[in-house]
Ligand binder design. Structure first.
Ligand code: ZN
Length: 701
């Protein structure tokens, strides 16, 4: 193939989604890597310790790779097929090797240090200085500063940790797959809603019961969340819930898929890695790149939230107990002696209590949230808050599917600011699940544009919501509306950045525990009365969303908030304790640590054979080691940011616009050009306060 004609490498202003095919990927990426490899070698040998001769060329390499490979991984996520998946897997290792080579280059590291220590440093602005500082820090954390034996050992640890985490998650997958409960009698699926029965019959067909039907089974129940969750919530058969629950908490804790020894190995290696990099513990290493100032700051937050929610969680538990006693006929139990509420009862009774209190279903709400109307509401909100206009620009650029929309964002005086693709609907055959925002291009003055002076950011917003059926528009579940707002919030930070240096524009350089601030902030508006009532409108009758629904939505938001909070704290605290001074060689097991944490966070003591840690992939196979707390940390930030609007007056359009503009100029505009704490304080005028989160969750007394 002639690479000049390869549309993946095309110099057009937007990706050629109309022309890129799987066969373009391998030659395109190979050519790109060879070219960028040459550029990098040249930088290593001829680079000068100046911004222009070091950081600019680095950004060009980083950007070019990110943009082209971004197109490939985007297509693999939204428009996948066997050929694409196969070539993706074949090419990915080359990418990983190339990125490692860049991250661990000693010559470039030395040049960056020389730039920091040289005469140009004083002339760089604050964001340039921060970029260099972060690049040096990341290179150090990649082991670039180590020599000889230590460097070798560090490399070994990294490889071993990568292998262990892959084995850990494979064990979880395999152990999950290895368990199944096939139910043949209608009475055994008593209580399950049709959607759960459909899924269970489908699972049965896949596991060798070709005649399984939704109506007459057999039904196959698994430990996968879409199967496990609804069964625990709805099955009236107590002993089956117990069986399923016990299998769930014992996943990957024995036999051929046992993760127990892996946990110890991982903790040991992380400890050793931290020491090599001169951090006392892995927790300190993890927090070195975060907004939280250190282990103590995380501990303080955890304790504040725990104190505020522990008693409440106990009261909620008593309430549940009481409800289960007075409604005992709702479940079928064989055993009459131990009717004490157990772990496998909690979801079931919580769901019954929820139904009893807030008698509305997701389905009833859907007709009030057709996608076009929701988009109108969302864009109007963005206009009110941030003085931006969002207009459809469908047809201006190629897209990967006919349902994909394209929009442009303009600011004051119609100045173009950004653009985004929106791919709203679920397409299980070719699109991965979940919702996300990703960068197509980022803002940068290096790739200037004749009209705007610098290249403008373009985002991919991807959701998996209910598709249009039978000529109706897509009718959204309330939680899908929240998801759209959430991803749009990430998108706003990417798109409304005013930073012109690619390394710190938009979400680049933003600390991991602050990254969910704009997204969760936007979710808050789904509970804002005027915003929601203006948006919710019946797609056939044009009737506004009845206010009774609004009240119920708000009440349901705080339902069992105490329990939800302490559950997250159990995970977060255990994670921190295992990475902060815990001795993997000592007599105390990780399970002992979890049990000890449960004493102050759990409403029910953990079962003696609870081995949840063996399937805690977030911290043993994901990016959340000594970082699980980040979920709560970011919630504090987003709730506190929203509280500023509440304090100035949500009903006063002028006040909302003033605070909104300030949010845009700080949180959304400054991206990673300053530490997240400084950005937050520039907006809020003080450090974050957990009180608004507690108030929004109904946990403030
Ligand atoms: Zn998010």
């Amino acid at each position: 193939m002639n690479n000049i004609a390869n549309p993946l490498l095309h110099e057009s202003r937007a990706p050629r989604f109309d022309a890129i095919r799987p066969e373009h990927v391998e030659p395109g990426i190979k050519e790109l890597l060879s070219q960028l490899g040459n550029n990098f070698e040249q930088l290593e040998s001829d680079g000068k310790p100046t911004w222009r001769e070091l950081i600019d060329p680095l950004e060009r390499i980083d950007d070019e790779l990110g943009y082209r490979w971004g197109i490939v991984s985007h297509l693999t996520s939204v428009s996948s097929n066997d050929a694409l998946r196969e070539v993706y897997e074949r090419v990915e290792p080359d990418l990983v090797r190339f990125s490692m080579r860049i991250a661990q280059s000693r010559p470039v590291y030395d040049l960056m240090c020389a730039l920091r220590d040289g005469s140009e440093w004083r002339r760089l602005d604050a964001s340039q200085q921060r970029i260099v500082t972060l690049l040096i820090r990341d290179a150090k954390l990649a082991g670039v500063g180590l020599d000889g034996h230590e460097r070798e050992r560090f490399g070994k640890i990294q490889t071993e940790l990568a292998e262990l985490s892959t084995r850990f998650s494979n064990n979880v997958l395999d152990a999950t797959k290895a368990f199944g409960m096939t139910l043949r009698d209608r009475s055994e699926v008593d209580g399950l809603p049709t959607s759960a029965l459909q899924l269970a019959a489908q699972a049965a067909r896949l596991s060798g019961e070709p005649t399984a039907t939704t109506e007459s089974g057999p039904w196959h129940i698994t430990l996968d969340h879409p199967s496990f969750g609804p069964f625990m919530q709805h099955s009236r058969r107590r002993e089956l819930r117990e069986r399923l629950y016990r299998a769930y908490i014992a996943r990957a804790s024995s036999g051929e898929f046992d993760n127990t020894p892996l946990i110890t190995q991982i903790l040991k290696l992380r400890q050793e890695m931290a020491r090599l990099l001169e951090y006392p513990n892995y927790a300190d290493l993890s927090l070195a790149t975060k907004m939280a100032s250190g282990v103590q700051a995380v501990a303080t937050l955890h304790e504040k939230l725990r104190v505020a929610s522990f008693d409440r969680a106990h009261r909620e538990f008593q309430e549940l107990k009481e409800f289960s006693r007075t409604h005992a006929e709702l479940q079928i139990a064989t055993d009459t002696e131990t009717m004490e509420l157990q772990h496998w009862d909690v979801s079931f009774w919580a769901e019954r209590l929820r139904e009893d209190r807030y008698d509305f279903s997701e389905e009833e709400l859907r007709p009030y949230f057709p996608l076009p109307r929701v988009l109108e509401g969302l864009f109007a909100l963005a206009e009110r808050l941030f003085e931006v206009k969002i207009c459809s620009a469908d047809g201006e650029v190629p897209v990967w599917h006919e349902d994909v929309r394209f929009f442009r964002i303009t600011g004051e005086d119609e100045i173009p600011l950004a653009a985004f693709y929106l791919d709203p609907y679920s397409r299980p055959q070719e699109k991965r699940g979940g919702a996300w925002m990703d960068e197509c291009t980022g803002r940068s003055r290096l790739f200037s544009d004749a009209i705007t002076g610098q290249r403008l950011p373009v985002a991919y917003l991807v959701c998996n919501q209910s598709p249009p059926v039978d000529g109706q528009p897509s009718l959204m579940r309330f939680r899908e509306v929240e998801t759209l707002f959430h991803e749009f919030g990430h998108g706003l930070q990417h798109m409304l950045t005013s930073v012109d240096y690619g390394f710190a524009a938009g979400i680049n350089g933003v600390e991991h525990d602050a990254i969910e601030l704009p997204s969760q902030f936007m979710e808050n508006w789904c509970y804002h009365r005027d915003t929601l009532l203006a948006m919710g409108c019946h797609y056939e009758t044009n009737e506004s969303l009845p206010t009774t629904f609004y009240d119920k939505i708000c009440a349901a938001r705080t339902f069992r908030a105490g329990e939800q909070m302490v559950r997250q704290l159990l995970f977060g605290l255990t994670d921190m304790m295992l990475h902060d001074g815990y001795d993997p060689d000592g007599d105390v097991t990780p399970f002992d640590i979890q049990r000890a944490v449960a004493e102050t966070t759990s409403t029910l003591p953990l079962l003696a054979d609870d081995r949840f840690l063996c399937s805690f992939s977030h911290i043993f196979a994901g990016g959340y080691a000594a970082g699980y707390y980040a979920y709560k940390w970011a919630e504090v930030l987003s709730a506190d940011a929203f509280a500023m609007f509440e304090e100035t007056g949500l009903e006063d359009p002028e006040a909302v616009a003033t605070v909104g503009r300030r949010f845009r100029d700080t949180v959304l505009a400054m991206g990673g050009s300053q530490p997240a704490m400084d950005v937050f304080m520039a907006f809020r005028g003080r450090e974050p306060d957990p009180a608004p989160l507690l108030r929004h969750s109904g946990l403030a007394d």
